[in-house]
Design a protein around this ligand. Structure first.
Ligand SMILES: [Zn+2]
Ligand SMILES: [Zn+2]
Length: 171
């Protein structure tokens, strides 16, 4: 058995509609290669960055994904060959060209992606009334219409200025 660590650029469409691994982002692969009778069994774990869109507030979601999968690469009808030789050859092939794993990687990653990503677990989302982001600007509208609210604010501000009668100038 041998192990191999690789970093490969993420292929395109390692993603679902709302979230995914950006194309070209580094995907870390830890591979364990085992000779079995029929070929080489590759057990892989992959770690990759994720970028997506929060389903509540439409803000950016950054996360990581960890998946593991295994895949048997069968020898083309070559059971008599010495397995160790095949393993060495296979490793050379893998290091030069890791695309063989791409489909398995994609299947595993796509299955692991959240269908409803949140920017944070308690994301407050967007205000149903004014559309503002409630994470950045927590508020509620009570019963006052928003236009009245701003009018009220300016009236209050005016009050503060003119509330007290000007003191008589010192003699
Ligand atoms: Zn959010
Ligand atoms: Zn609002």
């Amino acid at each position: 058995m041998r192990t191999l660590e690789l970093e490969v650029p993420a292929p395109a469409d390692l993603a679902i509609e709302v979230i995914g691994v950006p194309e070209g982002a580094p995907v870390e692969l830890d591979l364990r290669l085992e000779s079995v009778l029929e070929g080489v069994l590759v057990t892989a774990s992959a770690h990759a960055p994720l970028v997506g869109e929060c389903v509540r507030c439409l803000g950016e979601v950054t996360d990581t994904v960890d998946v593991s999968f295994s895949e048997l690469y069968a020898y083309p009808g070559a059971i008599e060959k010495h397995p160790d030789d095949e393993e060495a050859e296979f490793i050379a092939e893998m290091t030069g060209d890791a695309v063989d794993l791409e489909q398995s990687l994609r299947d595993a990653v796509v299955l692991a992606l959240p269908f409803q990503p949140y920017c944070r677990p308690d994301c407050a989302g967007l205000c149903a009334q004014c559309g503002k982001n409630l994470n950045e600007d927590p508020h509620d509208h009570d019963l006052i219409d928003i236009r009245w609210a701003s009018l009220k604010e300016s009236l209050e501000a005016g009050d503060d200025d003119g509330d007290e009668a000007p003191a008589s100038p010192p003699a």
